[in-house]
Design a protein around this ligand. Structure first.
Ligand code: ZN
Length: 404
């Protein structure tokens, strides 16, 4: 079994250097071209990445809806702090998300959906994307606090997008467990076809270890609805108390019998090790401890979304080597991140020994037209020391449709 110490978590300095290099290699702007050319559709590598895959079982289990509410009907909201240079990080993030998702600034809500529906139409029939609703931050009494929220995507809006494009999308609800109506809202989301629950504890102000979540976990377990929860540091949605993203905090939901999908294999950040005097260790180490507990074998899972970001190669190497975990991993794109050019560099993964040289120009071309096809192709081609992700990592439908 691979020991954690075989690979080092990268320092902030080396991360910055790798990031700058990735930026220079990829450029910063996604051209968002339309219409994957025949030469790519029929490329031998395209055949290779889909060979042996049943596309009707391929569900991308981690994708974000972006919207400003400008359609007047979506109810989507993003903090105005994203639109001012007084908050430069938020402002730059917004620019990257807008460009990564190919949005028309005058028409953000509808251009988001139409671009992603177009990209999906180029995937083999049956391929689907699970779109996340995103809950407001709430206070300890369960009251919504808009000022502390970064963005909000209503459950209804996610459900409506699926109703418009049922061949391409499924939806994932997001409900704050401290809400007085949390259980009703959960039952309603389930009845409306939500295939999972999504939390980002730090930005929503949820402590997953709090007894205020107990009833919510019982209901999730009853409905057999999986929880997709972020663990480790969160860079894309800043703010909040990061301690609540500690992988060890998920014990309460696992012990209640809820199937939990930890996002990104906890590939970022450090957390307190509550089992060993609160010393700081990598979030990935705590994730590893949880994954290796025999009692969580049938309850704890992870998605591999965002593990191809330039600073996460060390985690990806671990995860590829941990073949004993592979049947518990699910693919997710973290869309629109694969469309944000500086974040992922196929050239870098070639240098890391994880892609062959001939993969790089193919992936770079595909990405200009279709970031979700790019994400799928890259993860299908990745290998480390002859270990690759098996097809089960991509064929996730059965897990979310509760067929297993
Ligand atoms: Zn995400």
């Amino acid at each position: 079994m691979t020991k954690l110490t075989n690979y080092q978590s990268t320092s902030a300095f080396s991360n910055a250097m790798v990031g700058i290099k990735a930026w220079l290699e990829t450029g910063h702007r996604n051209p968002n071209l339309t219409g994957l050319p025949e030469s790519l559709k029929t490329h031998p590598l395209m055949h290779q990445v889909w060979d042996g895959i049943d596309a009707t079982q391929v569900w991308d289990c981690h994708a974000h809806i972006i919207g400003s509410g400008d359609s007047g009907t979506s109810g989507a909201w993003a903090t105005p702090r994203m639109d001012t240079w007084r908050h430069p990080i938020l402002k730059i993030q917004k620019w990257f998300h807008v460009n990564g998702a190919g949005l028309d600034k005058k028409n953000e809500d509808t251009s988001f959906v139409s671009r992603l529906a177009h990209l999906s139409s180029e995937m083999p029939e049956g391929y689907k994307t699970m779109l996340f609703a995103f809950e407001w931050a709430h206070d300890e009494t369960g009251k919504q606090i808009k000022e502390e929220s970064i963005f909000h995507i209503p459950n209804d809006y996610a459900a409506r997008i699926v109703a418009q494009h049922p061949q391409h999308f499924e939806w994932v609800a997001s409900i704050h467990p401290y809400r007085a109506d949390a259980i009703d809202a959960l039952e309603q989301a389930h009845a409306q076809g939500a295939v999972a629950m999504k939390w980002l504890a730090s930005s929503m102000n949820i402590d997953p270890a709090s007894s205020k979540c107990t009833k919510f976990y019982q209901k999730l377990q009853q409905l057999n609805m999986p929880m997709i929860t972020h663990v480790g540091r969160e860079s894309a949605v800043p703010g909040g108390d990061l301690n609540v993203n500690n992988p060890l905090k998920a014990r309460a939901m696992l012990d209640a019998g809820v199937r939990v999908v930890m996002a990104h294999c906890a590939s970022d950040g450090v957390d307190k090790d509550y089992d060993h005097g609160n010393k700081l260790v990598s979030s990935f180490e705590l994730f590893t401890r949880m994954m290796d507990k025999p009692e969580y074998e049938k309850l704890l899972f992870s998605d591999i979304s965002a593990t191809t970001l330039f600073n996460h190669a060390w985690v990806l190497k671990h995860v590829l080597q941990r073949t004993d975990w592979h049947h518990r991993l699910h693919n997710g794109t973290d869309y629109p991140l694969p469309g944000v050019f500086p974040l992922i560099s196929s050239e870098q993964f070639y240098r890391e020994g994880m892609l062959a040289k001939e993969h790089v120009p193919f992936l770079q071309e595909v990405r200009k037209y279709n970031p979700i096809m790019f994400d799928f192709a890259m993860k299908r081609l990745l290998s480390y020391k002859e270990k690759q992700f098996p097809t089960s990592v991509f064929e996730t439908r059965g897990f979310f449709r509760q067929l297993i």
